[in-house]
Design a protein around this ligand. Structure first.
Ligand SMILES: *Cc1c(COP(=O)(O)O)cnc(C)c1O
Length: 386
C-alpha cells in the first residue's frame, strides 16, 4: 500500500493515524507487548528499556494517534487522567509560581490545586470563569498557568476562549484545558490557541468503562518534561491499557457522533416534559452558552443534566425506576449512566453552595451512551412515572 500523504479525517486518523499498514503475515490489530523490560543492546543506554519510561510499542502507537487527533506536536499517555493533570502541572510549575484556575473543575483536580500544590510552594487562585475580567484580575507577576475545563461538569457550560487566549499569550502564560467532556471529535482546543490539552482517557477516548488512562498533548519540549515527571512520579500506563485505548479510539468518531445525536434527542424530549424543571444541554437554544458552543464545538456532546421537579426525593424515585441507565460515576462510555453530583463530585459542598453554582438538589447528570435513543427515552419515560 502506498503512503497516504493528504490530511486524513478524524475517523481515519483514529484508526490508522501514524501507523504503517501491517506487513503480510502480521496482525491487522496491533500486537500487545505486555512486558515491563526489554532486551537491550550492550554499549548504549538508548532504546526501549523499561515500561515506566513510557515508550513501549503500545504507548508510542496510541500517543502518536492522539497527537494527530488533537493537532498537537506530541502527546503522552499516562496511567490516569489525574496522573496526566498532576504531571502536566509538575512540569509547568515550580515553587514560587502562581496558577490561576477556573473553580469549575473536576473534584480530583480541585484537591490537587487546593490541597497539594500549595504545600509545594505553588500559589493557586480559583476564579469564577463566567465573571468578566476575573481572570485578568487574578493574574500576578508569577502566574505561569491558566487552567480550565470546558465543557464544565456537570452544568455543561461552555467557556469562551478567545479573550482568554489573548490574555494568556500577551502575558506569556501557558493556557491549559481539560477537554475530557468533549473529546477531539467535538472540540480541538489547540485550534483555538490553547497550549496544553489534557484528557481523562478513561472517559470518551477509551469509551468502554474498562481502563483508567490519561493524556497530555502539547509541544515536544513540554511533553519531554511531562514524561520526565511521569517517570519519577511513577505514572506510566500499562501496555494493556494502551492496547485497549488504541482499540477504543478506533470507534471514537462513530461513538461520539452517536452520543451527540442521542443526547440531542433526549434533551429535546426532556425539555417538553412537565416533570422536568430544567434541562442542561449546550445543543438546546435555551442553554446560556448555545451560541459559544456553536462556534467552538463540532458537536454538543453526550453529557447533559436534568433537574426534576420535587427535588431530591423525586430524583431518588426516578433513578430507582431506571432500567437501562446505570447509577454510576464516570462518563463517556457506550453504556448510559446517571449520577447525582450531590452524592459524588459535589458531595463536599452544602446544598446552598451547590445551588449557588447551579446544582440544586434534584439535579441529575446523565452520560448518554450509544444505545438506541428511543429505548433510552422510553426508559426515562417509565421512570418518571415512579
Ligand atoms: C474523570 C475526570 C478526570 C480524572 O480522570 P481519571 O482518569 O479518573 O484520573 C479529570 N478531569 C475530568 C473532566 C474528568 O471527568
Amino acid at each position: 500500500m502506498a503512503e497516504v500523504t493528504r490530511k486524513l479525517g478524524l475517523s481515519t486518523t483514529a484508526i490508522h493515524g501514524g501507523a504503517a499498514p501491517p506487513a503480510p503475515g502480521t496482525g491487522v490489530a496491533s500486537p500487545l507487548v505486555q512486558s515491563v523490560n526489554f532486551a537491550q543492546e550492550t554499549g548504549t543506554s538508548e532504546g526501549l528499556l523499561y515500561t515506566r519510561y513510557g515508550n513501549t510499542p503500545n504507548a508510542e502507537r496510541v500517543q502518536q494517534r492522539l497527537a494527530l487527533l488533537e493537532g498537537s506536536e506530541a502527546a503522552l499517555v499516562l496511567s490516569s487522567g489525574m496522573g496526566a493533570t498532576a504531571c502536566a502541572m509538575l512540569a509547568l510549575l515550580r515553587s514560587g509560581d502562581h496558577l490561576v484556575s477556573s473553580s469549575w473543575i473536576y473534584g480530583g483536580t480541585l484537591k490537587l490545586f487546593t490541597e497539594d500544590l500549595p504545600g509545594m510552594g505553588i500559589e493557586v487562585t480559583l476564579v469564577n470563569p463566567l465573571e468578566p475580567r476575573a481572570w485578568r484580575r487574578a493574574l500576578k507577576k508569577t502566574t505561569r498557568v491558566i487552567f480550565l475545563e470546558s465543557p464544565v461538569n456537570p452544568t455543561c457550560r461552555v467557556l469562551e476562549l478567545s479573550s482568554l487566549q489573548n490574555l494568556a499569550h500577551a502575558e506569556g502564560i501557558a493556557l491549559v484545558v481539560d477537554s475530557t467532556f468533549a473529546s477531539p471529535i467535538n472540540f480541538r482546543p489547540i485550534e483555538h490557541g490553547v497550549d496544553v490539552v489534557i484528557h481523562s482517557a478513561t472517559k470518551y477516548l477509551n469509551g468502554h468503562h474498562d481502563i483508567l488512562a490519561g493524556v497530555v498533548c502539547g509541544n515536544e519540549p513540554f511533553i519531554d518534561e511531562v514524561r520526565r515527571k511521569m517517570m519519577v512520579w511513577g505514572q506510566a500506563p500499562d501496555p494493556f491499557a494502551c492496547w485497549l485505548l488504541e482499540r477504543g479510539l478506533k470507534t471514537l468518531d462513530v461513538r461520539v457522533k452517536r452520543q451527540n445525536q442521542n443526547a440531542m434527542q433526549i434533551a429535546e424530549w426532556c425539555s417538553k416534559r412537565p416533570e422536568i424543571a430544567k434541562v442542561h444541554y449546550p445543543g438546546l437554544p435555551s442553554h446560556p452558552d448555545h451560541e459559544i458552543a456553536k462556534t467552538l464545538l463540532d458537536g454538543f456532546g453526550g453529557m447533559m443534566a436534568i433537574e426534576l421537579k420535587g427535588a431530591g426525593q423525586a430524583v431518588i424515585r426516578f433513578v430507582k425506576g431506571l432500567k437501562l441507565f446505570t447509577y454510576a460515576t464516570s462518563l463517556g462510555g457506550v453504556d448510559s449512566l446517571v449520577i447525582e453530583p450531590r452524592y459524588s463530585s459535589h458531595a463536599h459542598m452544602t446544598p446552598d453552595e451547590r445551588a449557588k453554582i447551579g446544582i440544586p438538589d434534584g439535579f441529575l447528570r446523565m452520560s448518554i451512551g450509544i444505545e438506541n435513543a428511543e429505548d433510552l427515552i422510553a426508559d426515562i419515560e417509565q421512570a418518571l412515572q415512579h
